[in-house]
Write a protein that binds this ligand. Sequence first.
Ligand code: MGD
Ligand code: MGD
Ligand code: SF4
Ligand code: MO
Length: 695
Amino acid sequence: MARHSKFRACPLCEAICGLELQYEDDRLTAIRGDTADPFSRGHICPKGNAILDLENDPDRLRRPMRRENGQWREIDWDEAFAFAGERLAAIQAEHGAAAIGVYLGNPNVHHFGHIAYLPFLLKLIRSPNMFSASSVDQWPHQLVNAQMYGHQFLLPIPDIDHTDYFLMLGANPIASNGSLMTVPDVRARIKALTARGKLVVIDPRRTETAELASEHHFITPAGDVYFLIAFLQALQQQGPPRLNAYAGKLQGFEEAMTAIGAFAQADVKALTGIPAESITRMASDFYQAERAVAYGRMGVSVQAHGSLCQWLLQLINLYTGNLDKPGGALVNDAALPITGPGTSPGARGRWHSRVRKLPEFAGELPVSALCEEISTPGTGQIRALITSAGNPVLSTPDGVAVDAALSGLEFMLSIDIYINESTCHADLILPPASFLTQDHYDSVFNAFAVRRVARLNRPVQERTSEERADWEIINGLGAAFAAASGREWRTLPPPKALIAAGLARGSSGLGLAELESAEHGLDLGPLRPGLLARLETASACIEAAPPLFMKALADLAAMPMQQRTEDALLLIGRRDIRSNNSWMHNAPRLVKGPTRHELWMHADDLDRRKLSDGHTVRVRSQNGSIAVAVKVSDAVRPGVVCLPHGFGHQRVGLQLRRAEAVTGPSYNDLTGRTALDGPSGNAALNGVPVWVEAL
Ligand SMILES: Nc1nc2c(c(=O)[nH]1)N[C@H]1C(S)=C(S)[C@@H](COP(=O)(O)OP(=O)(O)OC[C@H]3O[C@@H](n4cnc5c(=O)[nH]c(N)nc54)[C@H](O)[C@@H]3O)O[C@H]1N2
Ligand SMILES: Nc1nc2c(c(=O)[nH]1)N[C@H]1C(S)=C(S)[C@@H](COP(=O)(O)OP(=O)(O)OC[C@H]3O[C@@H](n4cnc5c(=O)[nH]c(N)nc54)[C@H](O)[C@@H]3O)O[C@H]1N2
Ligand code: SF4
Ligand SMILES: [Mo]
C-alpha cells in the first residue's frame, strides 16, 4: 500500500484553507490542514474534514438524472445535453428570451469551472431574468463599492493583521470563517489583534467572536444605521476629518457629512440599545487609534438598511483616514484581476423586473422577485428555470412560495450534486464531478483575501469516464442550446487556459508555471494602498455622496423612528461551524452530536409567555409560521430570538437520506419577499418581527 499526500485549497467557504489530502493508493483516507500553506497555516474546520463524507456520499449524483412521472432515472450525458438544449430552445422560441430564468447559488463562486464559464452560457441565453444568491447576501457591499469606487469588486478589506482597532458589526468569523474578508485561521489572527489592540463587536447576540472580543455591545436588530450615524456624528465632535491622502480624489464628502451631521436622532439608546456615551467613547477610541477599521457583514447587509450601513462604514474609514491605509481597509490587487477592463463594474437600473419593477444590479434582478416572475402569467413570465449550485427553496425568502412556484414550471434544469428541496422539482439534473478532479483557481476569494495570495489547485484525483467536470457541462449545454436554437457556441478551453489568460490581464507577472510549482500556494505579501489609482468612477474620484444613498438617508430621516410592534420579537440568523448554508446536512461528520436548530430566546421572554426551555413553540411572522423547539439563552437580549437557516429537510421527494433525519424547520418559511434593502434590493432576512407562543 502506497501512502502519499496531495495538496489543494478547500472550496467550501471563503477561507480557502490549504488541505493535505492523504491517500492510500488511490483511496482518500484522511484530510488535515496543510501546515505548509503560508496563508492558512494548517487551519482546518470540521467541514474540511467532511469532504471525506461528500466524496463517499451514496446520495451524491454522478450521472445525469431525468425525472418523468415522478420517477428518476439515470441517462447518459449526450442524451441529457440534447434534452436540455431542445427544451430550453423550444420554450424560448415560443415565449421569448425572458421565458428562461436562471438562479445561481453560492457554490458557483467556489468553483472555477462554474464562475468563469457560466457568463458565456448566460450571454447565449440573454434573458433579463438572472438571479443569484448575491441578493440574499452581499449586494449592499457590491452596490456601495460600485457607487463610491466605480466597481462592485473594488472592495476595501479589513487589514486584520495590522490594525489596532477593529470595529466589527454583524459578523461572526469564528463560526463563518470570514466573509468579504478571506481570513483563514481567523481565531489566531483575532487573538493577535486583541493582544495588540482592540476588537469591538456590535451584534444582537453574544457570539463566539464576541466571546473573544475586547468589547461586545448588544444592538437592536436593524438598529445599526442609527448607531453608525451616531458614530459619525461623534467623530465630527472628535476633530476634523483626515483626508490629506485623498486630496484631489474625493468628491461629496462634505455634503455627505453635513447631511449625516444634521440627522436628528431623538434617542439613540432607544433605537439601538446602546447608550450614546458608549458610542461616543468608541468613536473617540477609533479616532485616536493609529490604525483602525470598521467592517460589517451579514448582520448589517442582509437587513432593512443594508446599503446605508455599508455606505456609513466606508465613511467612517474615510473620515479617520483609514481607507486605503495599512491597518485600515485596503483593496487587494489580485494576481488574477476581477476589476478593470473586461469585467462588470456593477451598473444599476438598466432594466427592471416585470412584476414589481425592481431595478437590475450588475446584470441581475433581486432574487426576492424570482417567485412572482415564475407565477405571474403574462408576457415575459419565466417558464423554464436553470439553477446552478443553488437551493432557493431553503435559502431565499418565502420558501413556501418558492417551492410552489418551482413546481409550476414547464421545465427546470439543475446543475447540482443532490436531489434536494429545490432540485427535486427539476426535470433534469446534471451533476459535476468532484472538485478534487479539477483544475481550480479561486478568482474571487484570492481577491478578497487579507493578504495578497495566489494558488493554482491541480486535480488530485482522476475522474471516471462517466463523469463530467463543471466546465464540460457548461460547454455541453452551450453547444446543445446553440444547436437547437440556431445560434453559435464557441467551445471554451479547459480551466488552465482561462486561468492563464486571467493572470495575463494582471500585473503580478505570475504565470501558470510559477503557480504550478508552488503546491502550497504563494504568499505575495500584505495588502497595500492602491485604491486611488484604480478608481473606476466617471470622475476618477471617490464619490462620498452618491445620490442613491443621500436619498435613502433623507427618506430615513423622514420616516418615523423604528417602532416595535407590541409583543413582537425580532428574529436574527445564526451560523454554526458545522453548517454550510442549506446543503451539508447529509454529511455524517457534520450532523452528529446535539441538535443545532433550536430557537434561542432569553429567559425573560420565555417567562412572559409561560414557556420553558425545550418546549416546542409556534413562531409566526407576517409571512408564515413554523414549529420549533425553544432553548433558553442569555447570549441574546430580551426582545431578540435567534434561529439558523438552511434546515427544513423533512419533505417528500428528496434523496438526502441522512439530512432528512436532521430535524429543524426552515428560517425562510418565515421571511417575506417584500422586506428589502431599498437601494440594492437585497433581501432583509435579519430583524424579522415574529410572535412566539406555545404550540
Ligand atoms: N434566512 C437566511 N437565509 C439565507 C442566509 C441567512 O443568513 N439567513 N444566508 C444567505 C447566503 S449568505 C447565501 S450565500 C445563500 C446561499 O444560497 P444557495 O446558494 O441557494 O444555497 P446553498 O445552501 O448554498 O445551496 C447550494 C447548492 O449547491 C449544491 N452544490 C454543492 N456543491 C456543488 C458543486 O460543487 N457543484 C454544483 N453544481 N452544485 C453544488 C448543493 O447541493 C445545493 O443545492 O443563502 C442565503 N440565505
Ligand atoms: N459555518 C458556516 N460558515 C459559513 C457559512 C455557513 O453557512 N456556515 N456560510 C458562508 C456564507 S455564504 C457567508 S455569506 C458567510 C457569512 O459570514 P458572517 O456574516 O460572518 O456570518 P454570520 O454568522 O451570518 O454573522 C452575522 C452576524 O450578524 C448578527 N446580526 C444579525 N442581525 C444583526 C443586526 O441587525 N445587526 C448587527 N449588528 N448584527 C446582526 C448575527 O447575530 C451574526 O452574529 O459565512 C460563510 N461561512
Ligand atoms: S474554514 Fe472554510 S475553507 Fe477552511 S476548511 Fe473550513 S470550510 Fe474549508
Ligand atoms: Mo453567502
